[in-house]
Design a protein around this ligand. Structure first.
Ligand code: KG4
Ligand code: ZN
Length: 354
């Protein structure tokens, strides 16, 4: 299966196969990150992203096919992200996949990007549903019970910013580089997390939703109170931010674990999968490990290259879908918004993440 991913700021193509034992094998996977293009603006600029996808996608598909030593004839199908995401980028990948499928007669699958993330543990470690997944990236922050291929229950989502976005905005405010997550983590390593006390958003709330805009405001207030921000001030603010964010995520995850156990009482050792770019954060991982140990869950974190946006997860989701349903029609549209769980209540302020 060929996979194509163009929904945000990574242009990616991959060829993935299913092994006889049912698990996945990545034959080739190429990712071109646009980070450098967007860095001067401190965030992803949709039009620049779409143009870059358009320029590079064909070459990346050629590269993925040749690294896999694969002809179009060898493919079992063509899968592309059909949403949610920045619409210009999504259209670029989706139209390319449709054109290739039409020209070759191969089955076409329009994949929900979030489903790609959600099914990744099947590719990386052969994990089968049900399991609980925490998706934390620049575009999404969600807790989802993965109950089967195509069967997802969203337990919680952000009602404002995504966690990665909060890291990026904190970094921008403090004059650190873009993307902000790694810069904040690095600065926090030399900081005192006790000097500032930031609010832990949503702590103790009855649902599993997230909110990070209040934390961002607290960071801004702390930073503007200091006339000249020294390196140590920045480090202390980053450490306090990271601590509050970690505590907030752990609290929401604990609640979701209770719900997951109620939904799946027969599962002996449930698994929490942490995925998305922010899952690379070591302080967050430590928090999640502690939470898992306390609750009797096993923590699984895919390799970073498969936590962040890539096309192998889209190809794998294509294979998983092909095993349970027929291909999509060419009339399938690109979608800027596409909740994984159609029954979940929409969160109108959650941008593209809901
Ligand atoms: O999954 P991803 O590569 O792209 C999408 O947003 O879909 O995630 C990127 C996000 C950015 O917001 C980035 O700042 C954050 O993940 N990130 C981190 C770290 N590495 C990347 N956040 C915190 N700590 C990190 N070490
Ligand atoms: Zn993503």
């Amino acid at each position: 299966m060929l996979g194509i991913e163009t929904s945000c700021d990574e242009t990616a193509a991959a060829v993935v196969a299913r092994k006889p034992d049912g698990s996945g094998e990545i034959i080739s996977s190429v990712v071109l990150s646009q980070t450098a293009l967007h860095a001067p603006y401190g965030g992803v600029v949709p039009e620049i992203a779409a143009r870059s996808h358009l320029t590079h996608l064909d070459g990346l598909i050629d590269q993925a096919m040749s690294e896999a030593n694969c002809d179009l004839d060898d493919l079992s199908g063509i899968a592309a992200t059909a949403g949610p995401g920045l619409i210009g980028g999504v259209l670029t990948g989706l139209m390319t996949a449709k054109a290739m499928a039409l020209a070759t007669g191969k089955p076409f699958y329009g994949i929900n990007h979030l489903e790609g993330h959600a099914l990744t543990p099947g590719l990386t470690e052969g994990l089968r549903p049900p399991y609980l997944i925490l998706l934390v990236s620049g575009g999404h922050t969600q807790l989802v019970s993965v109950d089967g291929v195509g069967v997802y229950a969203r337990l919680g989502t952000t009602i404002d910013d995504a966690l990665g976005e909060a890291f990026d905005k904190t970094a921008k405010l403090l004059g650190l580089g873009y993307p902000g997550g790694p810069a904040v983590e690095q600065a926090a390593a030399g900081g005192n997390s006790q000097r500032f006390r930031f609010p832990v958003p949503m702590k103790g709330r009855d649902d599993c939703n997230f909110s990070f805009s209040g934390l961002k405001t607290a960071v801004r207030q702390a930073a503007t109170k200091i006339e000249v921000l020294e390196v140590q001030d920045v480090a202390d603010i980053c450490a306090a931010f990271q601590q509050a964010a970690g505590e907030a995520v752990a609290d929401r995850v604990q609640r979701a674990m209770k719900t997951f156990r109620n939904l799946h009482p027969a599962v002996q050792t449930p698994v929490l999968v942490a995925s998305g770019g922010v899952a690379a954060n070591l302080a967050l991982r430590t928090c999640l490990k502690r939470t898992c140990d306390q609750a009797g869950f096993r923590l699984s974190v895919p390799p970073v290259a498969l936590c962040t946006d890539n096309a192998a997860m889209i190809a794998w989701a294509g294979l998983e879908n092909a095993a349970v349903r027929g291909p999509d029609e060419f009339s399938l549209s690109a979608r800027a918004r596409w909740p994984l769980d159609g029954d979940a209540e929409p969160q109108p302020f959650a941008g593209v993440k809901a």
